[in-house]
Write a protein that binds this ligand. Structure first.
Ligand SMILES: [Fe+2]
Ligand SMILES: [Fe+2]
Length: 311
């Protein structure tokens, strides 16, 4: 097929909502967009293990510890599926890791905030995983096959994460005044950074237009943010916590809430490496990479030995 026929074939598949698979022809910019998006997503899963990993040794009971451990392990697994999906686009795992460890790659800004109390485990599960689900449900129908399939399993696990977080928050909110205050404080700190997770407003989002055109994304940042707010407010009310937004108001006409604007200057600072924990997070990843060097070397030595035996 010549270039025009290949391009027509690609457009045709998109129009019919058929998946694009690794061996199919695709425009260079589509491939680049996906490598960027999937690898940022993978990095976010892996860096996202750090703020919660911080609390595994301090979980208040054995049950809480087991649940948190399982949740953090899930996130590691999500990173692995997503790195594998990115590799099908022709980039190596080494290169992807190099981009993260050299500070070149971005990951979700939310993970550059500190986790100061046990209630933060509740707020992260409830809000951060909740926001992640909003994005990821739509990605189960994304146009690139390996990414869409990875998201199906990830979404099942994310809804468990969201529920375990909400359960922590509801237990704290129904507890002593100190426990309730701790839950409210966690909500106060994580609310705005969570709204920023959906990315800039559609009008200011550089990559949104192509993502929609190529059916990588099927809903806009603002639509998803609105849905998240609509879903979360009644959950906060049910457990007696207050959303820290003076502008929050039900809008009968749009059948949704009006809400305040996140601080986009803060978002830009965090994205560009100046958040409260950027250096700490990258430092922890670099240390883990160095600590794992002997494992990679041993695995490579074992693999070449087995090759010799087989030959
Ligand atoms: Fe995840
Ligand atoms: Fe999660």
């Amino acid at each position: 097929m010549d270039a025009t026929a290949l391009a027509a074939n690609f457009e045709n598949k998109l129009a019919k909502n058929e998946n694009i698979e690794p061996k199919d022809w695709m425009p260079d910019n589509y491939r680049k967009h996906l490598i960027r998006q999937i690898s940022q997503h993978a990095h976010s899963e892996v860096v996202g293990m750090l703020p919660e990993g911080n609390w595994i040794t301090r979980a208040p009971s054995l049950r809480r510890k087991m649940v948190l451990l399982a949740k953090v392990q899930d996130e590691g697994g999500h990173g692995l599926y997503l790195y594998s999906a990115a590799e099908t686009l022709g980039i190596s795992r080494e290169e992807l890791l190099h981009q993260l460890l050299s500070g070149k790659a971005k990951y979700s800004s939310i993970f550059n905030y500190p986790t100061l109390s046990w209630a933060d485990m509740g707020a992260i599960g409830w809000l951060v995983d909740g926001a992640a689900i909003m994005n990821q449900v739509m990605l189960q129908r994304t146009s690139y096959g390996p990414y869409a399939r990875a998201m199906v399993r990830i979404c099942k696990e994310e809804s468990f994460h969201q529920r375990q977080g909400y359960e922590i928050m509801s237990v704290l909110a129904a507890g002593s005044p100190e426990q309730k205050a701790m839950a409210q404080d966690a909500l106060n700190r994580f609310w705005w950074p969570t709204l920023m997770m959906f990315g800039p407003s559609d009008a200011n989002s550089a990559n949104s237009e192509n993502a929609i055109k190529w059916k990588i994304k099927r809903e806009s940042n603002d639509q998803l943010r609105q849905r998240f707010v609509n879903q979360t407010i009644p959950q906060a009310e049910l457990i007696g916590l207050t959303i820290p937004d003076a502008q929050l108001k039900w809008n009968e006409a749009k059948q949704g809430y009006d809400f305040g604007e996140p601080d986009w200057e803060e978002f830009n600072q965090v994205i560009h490496g100046n958040g409260p924990c950027n250096k700490e997070r990258l430092g922890a990843r670099l240390k883990a990479h160095d600590d794992g060097k002997w494992v990679r070397e041993a695995a490579a030595a074992y693999a070449s030995k087995r090759k010799l035996v087989a030959a």
